[in-house]
Ligand binder design. Structure first.
Ligand code: MG
Length: 418
């Protein structure tokens, strides 16, 4: 059957199934707006779900998806690569987190439909498993070194084997690590954060973690892009005795060209990529020797289709994957990470996030983490549904600035990375 639309497709479709609508559902069951794309088809009940969550600017993604819908309605849902290329190329200017999250929503929804039509989970469409489950890590944090290590100990007792540890600091007050105010009296910004103190304190944190936590514990740390290249080298060298699994986001994206020299200066494995907003930027991290672990936020680079290409690139270059998976990834996006994890020989580790029960209520089929291992859902597609009635009970707040606005500053008042 040929396509008779105004944007003709130069090949016949094997059947008559067509896209009828591309809808956006925004729900915030944990207070974090999650953007989900639902693609409906002419086949009664056949639909797909994709993750388009750019929680900090979700309204922009919703508008972008509305703009894309007319390009997709009437097309066969089977042409995933062509449809996502069409969505990307048709804007002329391309890439960036808004457009790529919108395209990711479409891409993942089309993979869901493909799986449902085949009666297979997406990981089987990708070639099937090479491992039984994804080994995951979880976040431990506390207002002090002692509290952070104690939290890590509790998580290990609960069955986790790998912990990312962040300790609070004067002036920090960022995600996962509380801060204390007024540490710099007389300074232009008395509540500021001191990089020198961070470089002193972080080795103390991991010295204590290594001495108090069980032998063999995987220890990870996230710098949150707050160092210069030389400071990053200094921190990596100071952390060498503690045998970290990886050190994350040592440099801001603006400085990524300096990553190869940081990586070469110390044996501590370097993990970067969650702030990549194009697949080419992520590929360059691999191709320039900038990373040991590539940890993209899959929806920010356009979805599963570019993600599987990066996994293949990593496989051939000795790089490992560690896909980003915070609370601002929907359960559908989290399932896409696991599909890549269990099918790629380049898998390294998976960031874990424990969704609360209310998320399971809105998204039946959401994957559960058991003893630090994440297994994919074996139902067709992602095996995850969206209860739209339940989702509607958790509307997103209008502004996310109270949560996400950057508020870490140096004692002299300079704004730092969040
Ligand atoms: Mg991070």
């Amino acid at each position: 059957m040929s396509d008779d639309r105004s944007f003709p497709v130069p090949w016949p479709s094997r059947d008559s199934v067509r896209i009828t609508a591309v809808r956006c559902i925004v729900t915030a069951p944990e207070g974090i707006p999650l953007v989900v794309v639902c693609i409906d088809t002419t086949d009664d009940g056949l639909h797909g779900l994709g993750c388009a969550t750019f929680t900090q600017r979700w309204q922009a993604v919703v508008a972008y998806i509305e703009a894309l819908e007319p390009l997709l309605v009437g097309r066969s849902p089977a042409d995933i690569e062509d449809l996502t290329r069409l969505a990307k190329l048709s804007s002329y200017w391309r890439e960036g987190p808004v457009g790529n999250n919108a395209i990711s929503g479409i891409d993942l929804a089309l993979w869901d439909i493909a799986g449902k039509r085949a009666g297979m989970p997406v990981h089987e469409l990708l070639g099937g498993r090479v491992r039984g489950a994804a080994d995951a890590y979880i976040h431990a944090s506390g207002p002090s070194i002692g509290a952070a290590v104690d939290h890590a100990g509790e998580l290990l007792e609960a069955g986790w084997r790998n912990v990312r540890i962040q300790a609070g600091q004067k002036g920090l007050g960022a995600y996962g690590a509380p801060g204390t105010a007024g540490a710099h009296p007389g300074a232009p910004y008395p509540d500021g954060w001191s990089v020198e103190e961070y470089l002193r304190q972080t080795p103390e944190l991991f010295d204590r973690a290594r001495s108090e936590l069980p032998v063999g514990t995987g220890l990870l740390h996230d710098v949150h892009s707050r160092l210069t290249p030389k400071q990053a080298v200094l921190l990596a060298r100071r952390l060498e005795p503690f045998d970290l699994f990886f050190l994350e986001d040592v440099l801001a994206p603006e400085d990524w060209e300096r990553l190869p020299e940081v990586r070469a200066a110390s044996p501590v494995p370097i993990a970067v990529g969650e702030l990549a907003t194009s697949v080419q930027a992520a590929a360059r991290l691999v191709l320039t020797g900038a990373v040991d672990y590539l940890r993209c936020h899959i929806s920010a680079i356009g979805g599963l289709t570019p993600g599987r290409k990066l996994a293949a690139l990593a496989e051939f270059t000795g790089v490992r994957t560690a896909w980003h998976a915070p609370g601002d990834t929907s359960p559908v996006g989290a399932a896409a990470n696991i599909a890549l994890d269990v099918t790629s020989p380049a898998f390294g580790i998976q960031e874990g996030y424990v969704f609360s029960e209310v998320v399971h209520e809105v998204f039946p089929g959401t994957l559960r983490i058991v003893d630090g291992w994440i297994r994919p859902n074996d139902s067709p597609g992602w095996g995850i549904e969206l209860d739209e009635r339940a989702a509607a009970a958790y509307p997103p707040g209008h502004s996310a600035h109270d949560v996400w606005a950057s508020r870490v500053r140096s004692p002299d008042g300079t704004l730092r990375a969040p």
